[in-house]
Design a protein around this ligand. Structure first.
Ligand SMILES: O=C[C@H](O)[C@H](O)COP(=O)(O)O
Ligand SMILES: C=C(OP(=O)(O)O)C(=O)O
Length: 372
């Protein structure tokens, strides 16, 4: 045992693992995949969803990417109820919106706090990470079988080996867009990846991340057997920026134009997703519909660089702290950032799709030579 070796060497004990309390070996990526395999039909669905998203974020598919769902997943039943509602809505709106559910299992914290279902699935600081990975994988397999595409934030550089074949779109968050580790990871991910601007609003964090992740890299990782591995990546061709605001919002037409200019100057595709939450809503969930309405207006007025948007949405509005007595947790309410509720979500998406349809009618009339 490694620790015994260290313990036997008194001189090493003074400098090794000084701040480590315990180590626990867990299931490998290969073992989890044997336990929870994914069907060929689910793989076909994910490959197709990724291809559609890649076409949207490179301007080839004119529909808009709608990334919608809870700030974080803490209750599997509530997540499934939300997913089924979203799937139904998607059936009627998919001529204009390609709807992908936010299924966020890993939460980056400003300081400390619950770090998500993988890290602490029982919400009680027991940190049963193996159970968290199993629960996350089970939900992702269910989602793929229900044919609901999934978006997530990739935060831990090891967890993608356990789950990533089930993900159709990934985000690198505002706190990690500047991190080399995350840029390297994104360069090897198999799905389109969005990079958020920095929490202070800085565009360069996202633009440099997009540039860095488009290149190949060599770095340390783990393989499916859990062995330390030198990874050599090809680079991710489907990176894009996500405007999430900072100390002030950055979704308005002048901000979007600035991003277009900066992306063009960096020789990158000028396509972007707008996050209607976080710095763009001043963390007030009630403002998310206003942000969405503004960007849809920009698109209707001719903007072609906004390819998608993100809404933080749950079954019920607002958020709640994690109580000591988990029996008192309110069903379908976020335990991280405040979300809009399901009726508001439905209204936002239907309204956005209707406006985009009207724009299409006008555009097609113009193409057909009809004058107004
Ligand atoms: O999206 C979620 C939060 O904004 C992010 O995880 C940071 O949360 P915190 O500032 O509450 O730690
Ligand atoms: C943490 C998130 O966002 P950001 O990185 O923009 O803060 C999120 O979308 O859950």
């Amino acid at each position: 045992m490694l620790n015994k070796k260290i313990a036997d060497n008194e001189h090493l004990k003074r400098v090794v693992n000084v701040n480590i309390n315990a180590e626990k070996v867990i299931i490998t990526p290969d073992e989890i995949k044997q336990r929870l395999p994914v069907s060929e039909q689910a793989v076909d669905f994910i490959a197709q969803s990724r291809a559609t998203i890649a076409d949207i974020v490179t301007g080839k598919d004119p529909r808009k990417l709608a990334i919608v769902g809870p700030c974080s997943i803490h209750d599997i039943d509530a997540a499934k109820a939300f997913a089924l509602g979203l799937r139904q809505l998607s059936e009627t709106l998919n001529d204009e919106l390609f709807i992908v559910m936010r299924v966020y299992f890993e939460k980056p914290r400003t300081t400390v706090g619950w770090k998500g279902l993988i890290n602490d699935p029982y919400l009680n600081n027991s940190f049963e990470v193996e159970d968290g990975l199993l629960l996350a994988r089970e939900l992702l397999i269910w989602m793929a079988e229900m044919e609901i595409p999934v978006a997530t934030e990739v935060l831990d550089p090891i967890s993608p080996q356990y789950l990533s074949e089930l993900i159709s779109w990934a985000a690198i968050g505002a706190r990690t867009s500047e991190s080399q580790t995350h840029r390297e990871m994104a360069s090897g991910l198999s799905m389109p990846v969005g990079f958020k601007n920095g929490t202070d609003g800085s565009a360069s964090a996202a633009i440099n991340a997009m540039k860095a992740a488009a290149s190949g890299h060599s770095f340390l990782g783990i393989n499916q057997l859990g062995q330390v591995t030198l990874m050599e990546t090809k680079g991710n061709p489907h990176g894009h920026v996500i405007l999430r605001g900072g100390t002030t919002p950055n979704y308005q037409a002048a901000d979007v134009a600035q991003y277009e200019k900066k992306l063009n100057a960096a020789g990158l595709n000028p396509y972007m997703v707008v996050d209607c939450s976080h710095g763009n809503s001043n963390k007030d969930h009630m403002r998310q519909p206003l942000v969405l309405a503004d960007i849809v207006q920009q698109i209707v007025a001719g903007n072609e660089s906004i390819v998608g948007f993100m809404l933080e949405s749950h079954l019920h509005a607002g958020n709640q702290p994690v109580p000591d007595d988990l029996q008192t947790l309110k069903y379908g309410v976020s335990i991280t950032d405040a979300c809009i509720d399901w009726p508001t979500t439905e209204q936002c998406l239907v309204e956005a799709a209707n406006q985009l349809r009207e724009r299409d009618k006008v555009l097609s009339s113009i193409r057909n030579g009809v004058t107004f």
